[in-house]
Design a protein around this ligand. Structure first.
Ligand SMILES: [Zn+2]
Length: 268
């Protein structure tokens, strides 16, 4: 059996298993459809309908890329921490500039390094970034729900708060991730600008100009407080980035604050 035949056979098995009510695990394990193979109707990663066809736990929830506001307000976000390598540096820069930010944390890192944010609560915002950063677009509802629930529990245990925001790793979602976040009562937050560190490895200070060129009123800006060393371009220049934006008249907010101040603008 060549690869194509195997994929078609798997696709057929998936649909058959789903249609006859077989377990979600069968669907999950077998799902790797080719570009023209059918996706499983329910129980797989693509569907935002519950596999049991039941009523969703909540009526709905929001998905945002930016805030709809005309004033020069911005939210900086930092993903994948907390980690001892850069999280303290980011917190120091934010404190020195006296601006808040939003940290989308991994549950496993909160478990292992949660104390790094011991002074963040009430100033910075903490959002859910899954337990260990899988590609949710490939996971079914049960797996997506587990990733979100475990992380919210870790955040609550460490900081005594319940997050209201969720950021999917890589910006990847399938229907199952959308439904899992909605049922958890979380607003899904993507971004509308980001630190493009890899463009400025040869001239790191250039990232300041780049951010100044790409940020816009209501922007949600993606950054990271851990990861590959190329991202140090942004960490090393964070105060410069913030200072430039301040000079342009920007104010800094947590994502929830940015969204709560949103007002519809003509043309959106
Ligand atoms: Zn991430």
């Amino acid at each position: 059996m060549n690869r194509r035949t195997a994929l078609v056979a798997l696709g057929g098995a998936v649909v058959g298993a789903t249609a006859t009510g077989a377990g979600v695990e069968v669907t999950q394990a077998a799902t790797r459809p080719g570009p023209h193979d059918p996706l499983p109707f329910y129980g797989g990663f693509a569907s935002a309908i519950r596999p049991d066809l039941g009523r969703p736990g909540r009526a709905g929830s929001g998905i945002v890329w930016r805030a709809d506001r005309a004033d020069r307000a911005v939210a900086l976000t930092f993903d994948d921490g907390p980690r001892p390598d850069w999280t303290p540096r980011v917190l120091e820069a934010l404190a020195a500039e006296e601006v808040p930010a939003t940290f989308f944390v991994k549950g496993v890192n909160v478990r292992d390094h949660g104390a790094l944010h011991k002074d963040s609560i009430g100033h910075h915002e903490i959002g859910n970034h899954t337990w260990d950063h899988p590609d949710l677009a490939r996971l079914d509802l049960a797996a997506c729900t587990d990733q979100i629930t475990r992380t919210t529990e870790a955040i609550h245990a460490a900081y005594g708060i319940l997050p209201v925001l969720f950021r999917p790793p890589y910006g990847h979602v399938g229907g199952s991730a959308v439904l899992a976040a909605a049922q958890a009562g979380l607003t899904t937050v993507f971004w509308s600008a980001q630190f493009r560190e890899d463009r400025y490895t040869d001239h790191p200070a250039g990232i300041v100009d780049d951010v100044a060129d790409t940020v816009h009123p209501g922007a949600i800006v993606l950054g990271h407080d851990t990861g590959p060393t190329v991202r140090l371009v942004a960490i090393d220049n964070l105060r410069g980035i913030i200072g430039r934006l301040k000079g342009m008249g920007y104010s800094f907010h947590t994502v929830s604050e940015l969204l709560s101040g949103a007002r519809p603008t003509p043309g959106g």
